[in-house]
Design a protein around this ligand. Structure first.
Ligand SMILES: [Ca+2]
Ligand SMILES: [Ca+2]
Length: 341
């Protein structure tokens, strides 16, 4: 893959320079108008579409290489071309564009590789199909407006919040908003500005994407868009969502670790992080039985209610590869993953 990318870059770098591709000047008034027209025609931002034609393809790679070479390609949508959002256009954006075209799994979200919450915690992001997820569990103690919220750290130990994120009951997570079954949920909850809590169906979309990516069959049956199917679903999709960090992971290397955060040891049901979701087992806070499950299970809220007392969640566990969908008590404390709006 790296060789292919390198060859493509070399090919276009060498040949397009000679061809003098797109040497027009953006300061030309006609060009500026055409550029603005193209921008206004775009209903939503298509990151990587550096030549502003509404499509993501090899021509965008060409445009960005030409931009780097000082050839002033016109039109050129610089805000769509800076995929790693570092304020400059260079070879990293070329590689990112190629990876986007090739749909390489686990890429950071184009234009937003990280997101920072009100407390200053920085989270990596990951693009999974059409969804942009936080790659880590939320750990904030304040909402996007700066108000304190009821964040709980496992066993009241702040280190667990650093490693696995905070635990929040459903009411805290929703931050006063009403339940939602739509896609997207439209519920910001305690997520940063521009982000929202996933609905039950948005989790379903992720599950179906992973199911298909693994080449599994019956994805519509295993992960249906309904509010009736409960229990253990799928086959190995849970393992595909897990971080590979595990005690004695058979994958070895950095995946095999005793350091937090990590999953408890298992010889066959280890995570392999197929799409970059990197799920970690933050455990849960119960009302009557204390804190349970750190290292052995991760639980994530959705915005979707079943009744006034129960809401849908997802649950992944260390000794199995399936994903659990159920509707536990809203008073339980679980992890949160946010989605980009
Ligand atoms: Ca394009
Ligand atoms: Ca850049």
């Amino acid at each position: 893959m790296k060789q292919l990318i390198f060859l493509i870059i070399v090919f276009f770098s060498c040949h397009l320079w000679q061809l003098g591709f797109g040497q027009s000047n953006l300061t030309d008034q006609t060009s500026v108008k055409a550029h603005q027209q193209l921008l206004s025609n775009q209903s939503s931002l298509l990151y990587g579409d550096s030549n502003c034609d509404g499509q993501l393809d090899i021509l965008d790679v060409v445009a960005t290489i030409n931009h780097i070479l000082g050839l002033n390609p016109d039109p050129y949508c610089i805000h769509l071309a800076d995929l790693n959002a570092d304020g400059e256009i260079n070879i990293l954006d070329v590689v990112f564009t190629i990876n986007l075209i090739l749909e390489v799994p686990g890429l950071p979200c184009p234009g937003m590789p990280t997101i920072t919450d009100f407390d200053g915690n920085v989270y990596n992001t990951v693009l999974i199909g059409e969804q942009c997820w936080m790659k880590e569990n939320l750990k904030t103690s304040r909402d996007a407006a700066g108000n304190s919220i009821a964040r709980y750290c496992y066993e009241n130990n702040l280190e667990y919040c650093d490693w696995y994120g905070g635990l929040y009951d459903w009411f805290t997570a929703m931050n006063g908003e009403v339940g939602s079954n739509t896609m997207p949920s439209g519920v910001q909850g305690i997520c940063p500005e521009g982000w929202h809590l996933p609905s039950h169906f948005e989790w379903t979309k992720l599950e179906q994407y992973v199911c298909v990516a693994l080449g599994n069959t019956d994805c519509d049956f295993e992960f249906p868009y309904d509010h009736t199917t409960q229990g253990l679903r799928g086959t190995n999709e849970g393992n595909a969502l897990k971080s590979c960090r595990q005690v004695d992971s058979p994958l070895g290397g950095a995946c095999s670790t005793t350091e937090h955060p990590r999953w408890n040891s298992h010889t066959t049901q280890h995570g392999f992080d197929e799409v970059g979701f990197s799920a970690l087992p933050g455990g849960r806070k119960t009302v009557d039985f204390g804190d349970l499950g750190i290292g052995s299970a991760g639980y994530w809220w959705s915005t979707s209610e079943q009744t006034s007392d129960f809401a849908w969640y997802r649950y992944i566990y260390f000794n199995g590869g399936k994903i659990v969908r159920m509707d536990p008590y809203k008073t339980l404390g679980f992890s949160i993953r946010c989605l980009r709006d």
